[in-house]
Design a binder for this molecule. Structure first.
Ligand code: COA
Length: 261
């Protein structure tokens, strides 16, 4: 029996798929789901069986249709701040995950759902994807990092437009804006594409991948010196066994056999 009520987890060939599983509520993120997501991602950090993660929503209609509006309706100033900080913390765990995380966006990715997708390293959408941050239509703003990550991904001007209008966009427009890496004809094809990308990443040195994640994230953190982190990470890579294996394999004209050490 699964330890989670609102997540369904599968691990195949070292890829963990996390299905947000509240289809009757279009997979809206209630507090319980956020807690479960936190536990699941934290566990995956250290799980030797997991090399990469796909996050998606159960069913064809929705990735995640936002934070649970029923719960939001009861928030006051004190618990609203906590609500936002809590979600931000979980999404930061995803963004900083040392293993690649891909959002497979099926149907609606709205509000907290779009913010969840934004926290992943890559996004692959199916043609039926509808994305947007409609929080202002409810009298709130995105509170799970959306104002920051959308600006980082599509630029300030488009982020202002999308968040202030609350407009929903389709997969073609999301691709045009650079909001999603790929658009596929169906959810199954989006999953296959994501698996192919992960398998391509798995051919490379795991330590170098996790350091790439740190360095690219640092480019968007005002208090971090990304160049310093890059130089330190580069130096760290050069002390790894995988670095010696990678360069040796090249010179010996064979495929490297990386160990993640
Ligand atoms: N929070 C809580 N429940 C939600 C939800 C959310 N974000 N989004 C959908 N649901 C629930 C609906 O209340 C409904 O539940 P019910 O059957 O018990 O009434 C069920 O999911 C199906 O949604 P419904 O609105 O009937 O489907 P639809 O196909 O007519 O519309 C949407 C789909 C996505 C356009 C619409 O559900 C919607 O606008 N959802 C809210 C999106 C949003 O504003 N998200 C940001 C929140 S911060």
């Amino acid at each position: 029996m699964s330890k989670y009520s609102n997540l369904q987890i599968e691990v195949t060939d070292q890829i963990q798929t996390i299905n947000i599983n509240r289809p009757e509520k279009l997979n809206a993120l209630n507090i319980k789901t956020i807690e479960e997501l936190k536990d699941c991602i934290q566990t995956a950090y250290d799980d030797g069986e997991v090399k990469g993660i796909i996050i998606t929503g159960t069913g064809e209609k929705s990735f995640v249709a936002g934070a649970d509006i029923k719960e939001i309706a009861d928030l006051n100033e004190v618990n609203a701040r906590k609500f936002s900080e809590n979600g931000q913390e979980v999404f930061e765990l995803i963004e900083k995950c040392p293993k690649p995380v891909i959002a497979v966006i099926n149907g609606y990715a709205l509000g907290g759902g779009m913010e969840l997708a934004l926290a992943c390293h890559l996004r692959v959408a199916s043609e039926n994807a509808i994305m947007g941050l409609p929080e202002v239509t409810l009298g709130i703003i995105p509170g799970y990092g959306g104002t920051q990550r959308l600006s980082q991904l599509v630029g300030k001007g488009k982020a202002f437009e999308l968040i202030m209008t609350g407009e929903k966009i389709d997969a073609t427009e999301a691709f045009r804006l650079g909001l999603v890496n790929y658009v596929c004809k169906s959810i199954d094809l989006a999953k296959t594409k994501s698996t192919d990308i992960l398998n391509k990443i798995f051919e490379n040195a795991p330590l170098a991948i996790s350091m790439t994640i740190d360095c690219i994230n640092a480019a968007f953190l005002p208090d971090e010196d990304g160049y310093l982190i890059e130089a330190n990470s580069f130096a760290n890579c050069c002390t790894s066994e995988d670095f010696h294996e990678g360069t040796k394999a090249f010179l010996e004209k064979r495929k490297p056999n990386f160990k993640g050490k």
